[in-house]
Design a binder for this molecule. Structure first.
Ligand SMILES: [Zn+2]
Length: 391
């Protein structure tokens, strides 16, 4: 979605490779995918001593649903849900784009994969499309969303304390540093655990589990959990909808190509025009606002845009394939502002994230470029959680 568009090159790969095999090939050849289902499944089989537990059955069912064993099953399920909503929306709602009726396309083969770029789109054969989503982007999204939704919920309930605000700001910085410097938001300390004075205790999972109570009780309420699910569903729905919109609008057939290698697999990169990106953003938003998630849709879309903004904040001028995020956001606002009842709410996201981004920049300045390069993530987290007062 954000950086590169990849197209399997038939010139470099004489055999006709199926989309599933292509995804599997890329996943296997990466050799560093920490989140893959197969690994997790094997760990769980050992953990449960190969007894036939519910957890193992659920994992097995998920594995059967995926085209390969080598993806993140949690995110795979989320994207699978999104595509089924998209297909239904495209088939049942009469959406018009540029004065034409939108016609549904089959759901493409898709996968999740650990890579440093934010998201990738693959096409086999120019005919059978396959989309690969970056685990890095999905994880980063999950972590930033958690901060947004928790702070919003506590503020709406008049329960947001200074201590919560400080935790959220520190966690935002941690997530940004883990993602931008250590290439994986997964390394950030879980938000519910970051109030601790003893970071070493986080290495001990029993000790860490006992500390979850540091967060207010209402964040474990059904009301909060449902809000979280609704907003995150809408956010991931827009991300899938953007890619689906490229397909529906037939963009791959007119895009330029250059060759590239990803995880040892030869592919050809295709680059959409900036206008095609704007169009995919807009039609993606129209899909979300016409789906059953429309009541929370603008909030979810704006959350997704904000996540992307902070995920590529260094590329203020845009890249060859993508316009600057600010311009993409401004471009979509014209559409989103039509949903006035949601306007007030999605603007809250700026109020939550903008000050935290300033804190992040201050913290980076405080560490200094030279020290930053020498410090491990754990040392940075020690500075962040134990020495810095952000209020
Ligand atoms: Zn795109």
């Amino acid at each position: 979605m954000l950086q590169s568009r990849l197209l399997f090159s038939s010139g470099q790969n004489p055999q006709n490779v199926s989309a599933e095999n292509l995804i599997k090939g890329i996943q296997l050849s990466s050799g560093k995918d920490m989140h893959n289902n197969k690994l997790f499944y094997e760990q769980m089989v050992n953990f449960f001593d190969n007894k036939n537990t519910r957890v193992l059955k659920d994992l097995r069912d998920t594995t059967d649903r995926m085209p390969t064993d080598y993806q993140d099953s949690h995110f795979y399920n989320m994207i699978a849900e999104s595509f089924s909503v998209l297909k239904e929306t495209a088939e049942t709602k009469q959406i018009k784009f540029a004065h034409r009726n939108v016609v549904a396309k089959p759901v493409p083969v898709f996968g999740t994969f650990d890579m440093e770029s934010l998201s990738t789109f693959l096409v086999v054969d120019d005919q059978t499309p396959a989309i690969i989503f970056s685990n890095g982007l999905l994880k980063f999204t999950q972590r930033i969303l958690e901060i947004i939704i928790k702070e919003q919920f506590l503020r709406d309930k008049n329960m947001l304390t200074d201590q919560d605000k400080e935790s959220f700001a520190k966690n935002f910085i941690d997530v940004m540093i883990s993602f931008h410097l250590f290439h994986d938001a997964y390394y950030a300390i879980p938000l519910d655990l970051c109030n601790t004075d003893d970071l070493d205790s986080l290495d001990d999972s029993d000790e860490a589990a006992n500390q979850i109570e540091a967060m207010p009780d209402c964040l474990f309420s059904r009301e909060y959990i449902e809000l979280h699910l609704d907003i995150s569903d809408a956010t991931y729905l827009w991300m899938a909808a953007h890619e689906y919109a490229h397909l529906v609008l037939d963009h791959p057939s007119s895009a330029a190509q250059t060759s590239e290698e990803i995880a040892g697999v030869d592919v050809a990169q295709i680059e959409y025009t900036w206008q095609q990106e704007y169009d995919a953003d807009l039609l993606g938003a129209m899909f979300v606002m016409n789906s059953h998630l429309s009541y929370i849709g603008a909030y979810g879309i704006y959350a997704a845009l904000s996540v992307l903004l902070f995920g590529c904040y260094s590329e203020t001028a845009g890249t060859t394939s993508h316009p600057p995020m600010r311009t993409r956001i401004d471009n979509l606002l014209g559409y989103l502002q039509g949903f006035e009842f949601q306007l007030k709410h999605y603007r809250e996201i700026d109020r939550i994230l903008a000050p935290k981004f300033i804190c992040y920049q201050h913290f980076i300045d405080y560490l200094g470029t030279e020290r930053l390069e020498k410090l491990s993530l754990k040392e940075i987290q020690e500075e962040l959680y134990q020495k810095i007062d952000l209020l």
